[in-house]
Design a protein around this ligand. Sequence first.
Ligand code: 4YB
Length: 492
Amino acid sequence: MTELTDWPWLCWARRYPQRVALCCGEQGYDWHTLAGRIERLAVGFSQQGVRCGSAVVLRGANGETSLLAYLALLKCGARLIPVNPRLPAAQLTAMLCGLDAEFILTAEEEIGSPLTPLLRSEPEGNTRLRSLRADGGADTVPHSSPPDCDADTAPRTLTLAEQAGVIPHPWDPAHIATLTFTSGSGGTPKAVAHRFSAHLASASGVCERLGFTAEESWLLSLPLFHVSGQGILWRWLLRGAGLVLPGELPLSRALENATFASLVPTQLWRVLQLPSLPETLHTVLLGGAAIPASLTSEAEARGIACWCGYGLTETASTLAAKRADGKEGVGLPLNGQRIRINDGQIQIRSAALGCGYWRNGGLIPLTDEEGWFSTRDRGEWRAGELRVCGRMDNQFFSAGEGIQPEQIEQILLAHPAISQVFIVPREDAEYGHRPVALVATEAATLAEIADWAGSRLAGFQRPVAWYRLPDLSGGGVKISRKRLMAWVALCE
Ligand code: 4YB
């Protein structure tokens, strides 16, 4: 593993001052310029009171402002809490409760979904980059009521201001860098604390397996408030490679400037609908959900090397991955990671694991006494590789039959016109629950799909209703199954 003995951008600024570090649209920064801007922003934050250990909420999308603020706040020694800027105020307030947030910074000019608009040709109105200003404004969290559960300790608003000077805070890999929320596809999100060393351990395993070197560039294609976005950042910093910010470009265009990208399966599915694929892009890391082999086979046939990954917020992104080979499965653990199946559940031991869930001023351990973290994912070893079979929390029962939604979803995803599908339970007086399907498809009718599925599913697995998948992502990486269930309940 590359040994970083100082803040990564300072190491690279000393070693390769003129090498391009960052591309934002037409603009590029070399490591020297980038390091200078980070330092000046850090001085600005420090003059507003940010100290080593201050908890700072960062509300931003994937633009230059958020990225620079992220790095500058780390340089101040802040415990950084990146959050989805599109979260409604009440939800954010609830999530921040018990996290002792002292400051909040809104990268206002970037607010918008870093995911959905990337996939459309027209950027959303509010994603326009106006200036490197971060002074709040009209969005879901109004200035007058900063989010906190206790009005006495409401976080103070930070602004972005570059000031000359130097922050003396030393690089310490054991320092807690970030609190990242679990996606909470089921329950309430938890804030996972990661030390710098954990982010770098994750990055090291991924870079080694995927061959990500200083000569390559990774598109920040997933949100910075999610581990998948932060994983990209730490691989870039570990290698001193190039980072491409999507800016206002749709995903199809943003990809043209990078050689690597992280995508959730639906994004790759949409990229493959393009008449011609981005020329520079040669490698894609997939994850976050089951990855259909038909999808990776098509991408591989069209010249994109696909890696099927499995990871969680707690493991600071991917911890197992394989080069797509036409078979389901996510290969073997990355270097430095250990995986075992205990009573059907995937357990992990790894230097990339968070050091705890942050709550009420302290850390709640993630692991048992032996250091194993229980993922709540079902898994099995099959043909020498790990298979992820779905979340234990998602299982439901229909007339006594156990239904694992992901198992049905995987079967349905083999249909060439389905890009995304969810099976959720609907309450039923006779059966307890019955499966309902929500499908994203453009090229087929729901009736055609239901007909196709009929012979492939057992009777108890067959959805009793089919709907088109509503857009409930809210700018996040995952669609909440809980929200889908609530939506289905309203459809009756
Ligand atoms: C899976 C799964 C799989 C996760 N099969 N279920 O850089 C990366 O690692 C990356 C690249 C591209 C896309 C996503 C990523 C991620 O980070 C994903 C990390 C993530 O999804 N974390 S999460 O906390 O939001 O969700 C974790 C859960 O997602 C797991 O517990 C699984 O249930 C599920 N999942 N990879 C099937 N290959």
